[in-house]
Design a protein around this ligand. Structure first.
Ligand SMILES: [Zn+2]
Length: 207
């Protein structure tokens, strides 16, 4: 109840406006979303341990870059996750030669616990929550952990603490964007080490 009242007050004080056309109502209105070029592509990733990479949009698209940067840095736009997730869903509906995703388990790229506390939410987790509803597949939130906080260099930053939950699984690894692939490579390495059978990356945008 309190949360609902809080959200209502928040919506009155800070009405949602479209990041592109400034129209009130949503962070990305349907008209502007319809103008975005949603890709139907997925390609084997050039990085080791990642079997395939799915991406909905090009990060170089001005609006996409703006949405993702705001999702990352502005805690008050947590709900932007729903809009960005709908782009991934639109992409999945376009993509062909897909595996049977009902056999997969979702894992978001984790944040370090200190960073999570500071930001209040993990943007990759928000996307993964939307995807678990759409794909009707399980979501694992505590099995892959970020143990290094450093921004420079993500080498060996991730570990799987509970090997039994990962062993033999097909993993759909979720993040907001893929630029150099370094973060996803390190996550995939940790998942492979824990015995994951297949690891596919999925992001809103690829750089
Ligand atoms: Zn708009």
């Amino acid at each position: 109840m309190w949360i609902k009242i809080k959200n209502l007050i928040f919506d009155i004080l800070f009405p949602k406006t479209c990041f592109s056309c400034k129209r009130e109502g949503d962070y990305l209105c349907q008209d502007c979303q319809a103008l975005l070029n949603i890709s139907g592509f997925h390609r084997p990733s050039p990085i080791q341990n990642l079997d395939d990479l799915y991406w909905a949009c090009d990060y170089k698209n001005h609006l996409i870059g703006k949405l993702i940067r705001n999702f990352k840095y502005e805690p008050f736009v947590r709900e932007l996750g729903k809009n960005l997730c709908s782009l991934i869903v639109a992409h999945l509906q376009l993509a062909d030669n897909k595996p049977d995703f009902s056999e997969f388990t979702l894992i978001p790229v984790p944040l370090h616990r200190k960073r999570l506390k500071w930001r209040g939410f993990n943007q990759a987790e928000e996307l993964a929550k939307g995807l678990t509803d759409f794909l009707k597949i399980p979501l694992l939130l505590t099995d892959l952990n970020r143990v290094k906080e450093t921004k420079e260099g993500v080498e060996n930053a991730f570990i799987c603490q509970n090997l039994e939950t990962i062993k033999g699984k097909k993993i759909l690894l979720v993040d907001d964007f893929y630029l150099t692939g370094a973060t996803m490579a390190e996550c995939a390495k940790a998942l492979r080490k824990a015995g994951a059978e297949k690891i596919i990356g999925i992001v809103v945008a690829r750089g």
